[in-house]
Unconditional design. Structure first.
Length: 203
């Protein structure tokens, strides 16, 4: 599958490398091509990366994501699956969208794009290595388009997230729940003194 990972920071790099190892055709999209090596992967502008991609992954800074994607233009994402893994925090570490979510805002801003929210509850160190925890843990999905969520589910599986560990929360409005989880995650990071942890839903 042709995947454009937008954002060359820690999260974007982890995901790009993970999907590349699984055999996908991955390109890293960045606002500063000259300053990024892509860690051995092709690097392009955001628009160029999205151009031929089947799936676009938003790993850009959450609070800037909407503005940056709007600057590129809605046509770049039209009809594509957009997997949003970002959390939007202000400089004061408060939620940028306290009564909504970045995922829902992206869907509303780009109605012709099929947005799926996932992986935003998982520390970067675990995103592409869920087995590193030594026990199953959970990852969540939110989105309005069933086919898009199926694509996201397959790509999660390619990172090592087995189907039974994937929890479909429902439509994109449920992304508010997973984005608000960020504060619990930060508290867990403080308690565990680690960036390698996750939660498990026990049914």
């Amino acid at each position: 599958m042709r995947i454009a990972v937008l954002g060359a920071g820690n999260v974007g790099s982890v995901l790009a490398q993970g999907w590349a190892r699984s055999g996908h055709d991955v390109v890293v999209g960045t606002r500063d091509v000259a300053a990024r090596s892509g860690h051995g992967l092709p690097v392009a502008t955001l628009a160029e990366a999205a151009g031929t991609a089947q799936v676009v992954v938003n790993a850009l800074p959450g609070v800037q994501s909407v503005d940056i994607l709007q600057q590129v233009g809605a046509a770049a994402w039209e009809g594509k699956v957009l997997i949003d893994v970002a959390n939007a925090l202000t400089a004061q570490f408060t939620l940028a969208y306290p009564n909504a979510s970045l995922g829902a805002l992206l869907q509303r801003t780009f109605p012709a794009t099929r947005v799926v929210k996932t992986l935003n509850t998982v520390p970067a160190a675990v995103m592409a290595e869920p087995k590193s925890l030594g026990a199953p843990s959970s990852v969540f999905l939110s989105g309005d388009d069933g086919e898009a969520k199926q694509v996201a589910s397959i790509l999660l599986g390619d990172l090592g997230w087995q189907e039974e560990t994937q929890v479909d929360l429902g439509d994109i409005q449920t992304a508010r729940a997973s984005e608000h989880y960020l504060f619990l995650s930060m508290a867990l990071m403080g308690v565990t003194r680690s960036t390698t942890y996750n939660v498990q839903v026990v049914r």
